[in-house]
Write a protein that binds this ligand. Structure first.
Ligand code: SME
Length: 148
C-alpha cells in the first residue's frame, strides 16, 4: 500500500518554489512511478483546446493526443472528476497505449476551478487501484497543482 503522507510530503518537497512546470511534472511522475507499486505508466496529459497532449511521464511511449471525447483521460476532463477503472477492457472508449495496462486511475488537475490536465496512472493488474488510492492521488494533485 502506498504511504500517501510520505508521497505527498516528497512531492511538495520536490516542487515547492520551483517555477518550472515541466520539471515538476517530470519529477512527480518519476516519484510516483518509483513509490507506488505495480504501475506500468505514470504521467501527465495537458489540455490544449479540446485535446489532451502528452506531458512528462514514466513508462512506455504513449498516445500523443487524446480528444476530450475519448478514453479514460477524456472522461476525467468531461466529467471533471477522477476515474477509477478496475478493468480497462470493460471501459467503453478506453485507449490502449500499452496493451499491458489492465486498470487505470485518472485524476483531473485544476487551476482556479478549471481543469488544465490530468494525472494518469496505469497498472498491469486488474483492480489495482482502490478508493484510498483515488483519495490519496487527489490529495497529491491538490497539493502540487499550483506548481504545474
Ligand atoms: N488509457 C488512457 C490513454 C493514456 S495511456 O493509458 C498512457 C485513456 O483511455 O485515456
Amino acid at each position: 500500500m502506498t504511504d500517501y503522507e510520505s508521497l505527498i510530503a516528497q512531492a511538495e518537497g520536490l516542487t515547492a518554489g520551483v517555477p518550472h512546470p515541466i520539471a515538476n511534472m517530470a519529477n512527480v511522475s518519476a516519484l510516483i512511478y518509483e513509490s507506488a507499486e505495480d504501475l506500468n505508466w505514470a504521467g501527465f496529459y495537458l489540455l490544449e483546446g479540446d485535446t489532451l497532449v502528452l506531458g512528462p511521464f514514466q513508462g512506455r511511449p504513449a498516445c500523443i493526443e487524446i480528444p476530450v471525447s475519448k478514453g479514460v483521460c477524456g472522461a476525467a476532463v468531461r466529467e471533471n472528476r477522477s476515474q477509477l477503472v478496475p478493468d480497462v477492457h470493460a471501459f467503453p472508449g478506453h485507449i490502449a497505449c500499452d496493451c499491458a495496462s489492465r486498470s487505470e486511475l485518472v485524476v483531473p488537475l485544476r487551476r482556479n476551478g478549471a481543469v488544465f490536465g490530468v494525472l494518469d496512472l496505469d497498472s498491469p493488474t486488474e483492480g489495482r487501484f482502490t478508493e484510498a488510492d483515488r483519495a490519496g492521488m487527489e490529495r497529491l494533485c491538490a497539493a502540487i497543482e499550483s506548481s504545474l
